[in-house]
Design a protein around this ligand. Structure first.
Ligand code: C2E
Ligand code: MG
Ligand code: MG
Length: 720
């Protein structure tokens, strides 16, 4: 198509006249020049071919019969050379075959010689007009084609998936990106509803959002969605999607008078940008910001955030919640001896075990180092927290295997409940922490609820400490005795010595108020020694008065026992009061023993050899492990009050009492149930075969004089 680009205009049209008769050529030339055309002439077919190769013409007037080369041959030549110049055959040849031959070769028209000049000029004009139209059409066509190519290129090289939906939400167009990003072939998607490729969890939301752009609402919307990939429908990718309605002017379609602004919704146009990588990066950054990477647990920041929410909810709904502060015991030793890598592994295993004890809504976080915090939202009361604390203590009690090593860790748990243990995030956490420190103070490995007295403000604390130091010298301490009774006969067989403080201003203070402080300040050693001396002296008088079998139970604090000369000092004191060692029972908590088992075995054996009996106090709240019981010279197991308290309410906890008592009986230990307050509890414990009872049902702790009177009365009633 050599002359395709000729910018044809009617007046400047270039015409070639081909004939072998010079006269005719001339008259034609003059005629056409008279109309303003540019006219070239060629005598004979051969010449014409040469001209046509050299120059571009808009029209050829061609004679058919020429002596060197026929007009048909010239037309063949033009076809061969792809010269598309319009041709009008002007010839004396009028046979049908010659004309049809010429027309078949693409001649625009045929004029018979001798021609009528007017007819010739009008035929030339028409041919040129037609050519002009054809040319401009062709140019438009090419422009369109190029523009379409350009758009196709833009659409396909877009980084996004571009799509169109019909009114029903079926794909009517998709660019190539859908193949490279989601691995669908375009063909397979055309005609499908968009929801077929939306991630299962997002389908509902997608319907809502697409609906907002649809028929009735017609706004532009951007949102994020998961789309399924073709290979393995489960591997979703994440997309940022923008959609808007495709509309057509309804006035185009409707008759006059229609609202010119009315538009008809015909579908949706949209783009989908793959933001999976960005999302994953964001998720990871978020995860890092809010999690501890070692244990993958929430970190301090996330914990506080969740606690904040939980407090708001608890406030609104009048719920309770609990926060536990957990600190591993013995972690430092393991970390120092086995190295940090092992320490890390231990923390991971600890986290995993703890998580196995929790419910879905609970948040366990690593607060730092070997400290963890646990949020229990929506609990009904202390009993729930107690259960979970026990569960946690139990799962961590099992040994951990680290390479070739088997290690034991324990956990000290402080619990603060909302609202009584604090009403703000910081306060609750701090109070749980304070309670945890009290557990550590009592010998670690156990749990304790926060009580206000633990938080005595420091100035108050200082005063309390000063007062406590003076209390011994000022004779403000007093030993009270609580009877321990034979379950079957109700006979008083022993007493537990419990210290009281007669504060000059505050009146009678119970040990929970001042023993934690005494532990911290080591004043406990002095206090315990005083209690021990006083109790030995007083009870010795009762023994001497005829109550020869009365047993004195004395509580020992962790600090006291850790003293290297604990046994020696105790024996010296016993001797100085001439107190029969068989009448003495020492009460220890399990945690004190577990802190250093080997050392304790040795010490307790020494005591047992002297005839002193040993009781495990508050059994069930700490380690509650069978294995140590068999290694130690233990005589009595004191079942913790919390289990006894549950007897009347719930069968499940009654089961714990059953289990403890059955176990103690199996080990042939003497059993004392603590905190018995009513006949129901007493009867149940008796039915289980519990040997001894201590609790308000048989009397609170009282001063020595009153207790002696009680024992004497008891003896008399036995005698009667
Ligand atoms: P513990 O050794 O478990 O003593 C039993 C506690 O339970 C006593 O509280 C007692 O008054 C209380 N209790 C007894 N029966 C009942 C009952 O039926 N219902 C209720 N609700 N409570 C009952 P207390 O005297 O306040 O002593 C608290 C803790 O302080 C003792 O628990 C013991 O661990 C410690 N403690 C008391 N005196 C001494 C002491 O002289 N030295 C040492 N190291 N610790 C002591
Ligand atoms: Mg006790
Ligand atoms: Mg107890």
């Amino acid at each position: 198509m050599k002359n395709q680009a000729s910018t044809l205009s009617m007046s400047k049209a270039r015409i070639l006249i081909v004939d072998d008769e010079p006269r005719l050529i001339q008259s034609l030339q003059e005629l056409l020049q008279g109309y303003g055309y540019q006219v070239d002439t060629a005598q004979g077919g051969g010449n014409a071919c040469q001209y046509l190769l050299k120059k571009k013409f808009d029209l050829v007037l061609l004679d058919l019969r020429m002596h060197d080369m026929s007009g048909h041959e010239v037309m063949d030549f033009m076809a061969k050379q792809e010269i598309t110049t319009a041709t009008i055959v002007v010839s004396g040849e009028s046979s049908f075959s010659a004309v049809s031959k010429a027309l078949r070769r693409g001649a625009y028209d045929y004029l018979k010689k001798p021609y009528d000049p007017e007819e010739l000029v009008s035929t030339v004009k028409n041919a040129l007009r037609k050519k002009l139209m054809e040319n401009s059409h062709e140019i438009m066509q090419r422009k369109l084609q190029r523009s379409e190519e350009l758009h196709r290129y833009i659409v396909n090289s877009s980084p996004d998936i571009v799509f169109m939906l019909d009114r029903q939400g079926r794909f009517t167009f998709l660019n190539n990106k859908v193949e490279s990003i989601l691995s669908y072939s375009k063909k397979s998607l055309l005609g499908l509803h968009y929801s077929e490729i939306v991630g299962n969890d997002d389908v509902e939301r997608a319907r809502y959002l697409f609906g907002q752009v649809g028929e009735n609402q017609r706004s532009i919307r951007s949102f994020e969605l998961h789309l399924k990939t073709a290979d393995g429908m489960r591997s979703n990718r994440f997309f940022d999607i923008t959609i808007f309605p495709i509309e057509r002017n309804i006035s185009d379609l409707k008759s006059q008078g229609a609202d010119s602004k009315a538009r008809k919704f015909i579908g949706i146009y949209g783009t989908a940008r793959d933001i999976t990588e960005r999302k994953e990066a964001e998720d990871f950054i978020n995860f890092q910001a809010y999690h501890d990477l070692l244990t993958r647990l929430p970190n301090r920041a996330l914990f506080k955030d969740r606690l904040n929410l939980a407090i708001a909810q608890a406030k609104r709904n009048n719920y309770k919640l609990a926060v536990m502060f957990l600190d591993l015991d013995r972690f430092k030793v393991i970390n120092d001896t086995l190295g940090h890598a092992m320490g890390d592994r231990l923390l991971q295993s600890v986290a995993a075990r703890m998580e196995s004890c929790l419910r879905e809504g609970d948040t366990l976080s690593r607060f730092g180092g070997d400290e963890f915090t646990l949020l229990l939202p929506e609990i009904t009361g202390r009993e729930d927290s107690r259960k979970i604390a026990r569960k946690l203590i139990n799962v961590l009690k099992e040994p951990f295997t680290l390479g070739d090593h088997e290690v034991f860790v324990g956990v000290s748990i402080g619990i603060a409940m909302y609202p009584e243990g604090g009403t703000s995030v910081e306060q609750i956490i701090q109070n749980a922490d304070v309670a945890m420190y009290h557990v550590k103070g009592r010998g670690k490995d156990g749990y304790q609820f926060f009580v206000e007295s633990m938080n005595t403000p420091s100035s108050n604390r200082l005063k309390l400490e000063r007062d406590l130091r003076r209390a011994i010298d000022n004779n403000e301490l007093e030993v009270y005795y609580q009877p321990q009774v034979n379950a079957q006969s109700s006979e008083i067989i022993g007493v537990e010595a419990l210290v009281r403080w007669n504060h000059p201003e505050k009146g009678l203070i119970f040990p929970a108020e001042f023993l934690p402080l005494a532990e911290e300040t080591k004043l406990i050693i002095k206090i315990s020694e005083w209690v021990f001396e006083t109790a030995c002296r007083e009870v010795k008088q009762w023994i001497d008065a005829g109550h020869t079998n009365i047993r004195l139970a004395v509580n020992c604090s962790p600090t006291q026992i850790e003293h290297p000369r604990f046994v020696e000092k105790l024996m010296v004191q016993l001797k100085s009061y001439n107190f029969p060692s068989k009448n003495l029972e020492i009460e220890l908590t399990e945690n004190v023993i577990m802190n250093d088992l080997e050392y304790m075995i040795n010490k307790l054996n020494q005591l047992a050899e002297q005839g002193v009996t040993i009781a495990i106090d508050d059994f069930g709240t700490g380690y509650s492990s069978l294995s140590y019981l068999t290694k130690l010279p233990i005589h009595t197991l004191k079942v913790d009050q919390s289990f006894v308290r549950d007897i009347q309410h719930k069968r499940t906890d009654a089961c714990i009492v059953n289990a403890i008592i059955a176990m103690a009986r199996g080990l042939q230990l003497n059993i004392v149930a603590e905190g018995v307050e009513n006949a129901v509890q007493l009867e149940y414990l008796k039915s289980l075969g519990c040997h001894e009872i201590q609790g308000f049902f048989f009397g609170k702790a009282r001063p020595a004089k009153e207790t002696l009177a009680l024992i004497s009365r008891n003896l008399q009633s036995q005698a009667v």
